[in-house]
Design a protein. Sequence first.
Length: 353
Amino acid sequence: VMSSATDTSPADRTAGSAFVRACRGQSVPHTPVWFMRQAGRSLPEYRSLRAGVRMLESCRQPDLVTEITLQPVRRHGVDAAIFFSDIMVPLDAAGVELDIVAGTGPVVAEPVRTLADLDRVRPLDPAAVSYVDEAVRMLTAELLDKPLIGFAGAPFTLASYLVEGGPSRNHTQTKALMYGDPQLWHALLDRLADITLTFLQVQIGAGVSAVQLFDSWVGALSEADYRQYVLPHSRKVLDGLADAGLPRIHFGVGTGLLLPAMAQAGADVVGVDWRTPLDQAAKQVPGHPVQGNLDPAVLFAPWEVVEREVRRVLAEGRAAPGHVFNLGHGVLPETDPTVLTRVVELVHTLSAR
Ligand code: 1CP
């Protein structure tokens, strides 16, 4: 008997999907695949929709968010959609003055470096992101049994943008604050954890089927520093979502030595970048499904190389109790989208049980 869109919850409708089942370590008809940063960037249909609309402005328009989120699902046939937004959206909604500048990324008007600055990082009122609630509801009504992944930036990665004032290579100001004023550091990360938790709870309340916590830049830390300065705050976020019972994916770049600690922070699924083979990652996080990890730059190589690397990632992924195929970081803007579509088809064909 087919169930209609309205008589079951999105979580129920998507529980049997390959993506949710793989996240739970259950058997799947094929390895599910989606791509970090699949919405936007490489798609001409995205660029034409976004023409003349600032990034943050586009995130506040549920119609636009819905269309941009669905574009890669239609085009590539990926197994999950990722909500179109940005990790800076909840900070903007919490009153931090910032912009997302094309070609640069997030730029914060006044960096947060002192106790007085911390006052400008207010708690997030869920009503301030009602456009997120609305867009998630519109999307789940369209996606039916295809899962929608919600996401947020983790406290460390958000802190890096706030303290540096923008993208940073070495995170020097961030580390100066972390080492120089641990009390202020922990107060800042605690506030960011609360904002992130509220932002994810809004998405879960509106019907996302899983969440991904992006700690993109945490690979800049040693394991000892991660455990001391970051883990308790990421744990506050991930533990705070436990009751919802949805898969929680935790991802960062350059985290080969942090994977066990990131799993301990409360992740169900551990996201792995392209530097760490998935079979090695699986050994480090026993019992956890893994997500990843084709090098996004491989998509620029000849197709035989792409095919070889996809086969290798699938083979290495079998060492874990579940595998969600993905790139090792986001789709690069210059990527040929037709290659992404071919990768989806290849993953599905090679992994069909
Ligand atoms: O398809 C999707 O994945 C959904 C859209 C999405 C996501 C998940 C966007 C749209 N941003 C993000 C998350 C995000 N934003 C992360 C975590 C993921 C990652 O590690 O890649 C990070 C670090 C950001 C910060 C950010 N926002 C950057 C990176 C800058 C840097 O420090 O190197 C950039 C360039 C942005 C802007 C942005 N976000 C999203 C888009 C499509 C864009 C480009 C904006 C534009 O069109 O002007």
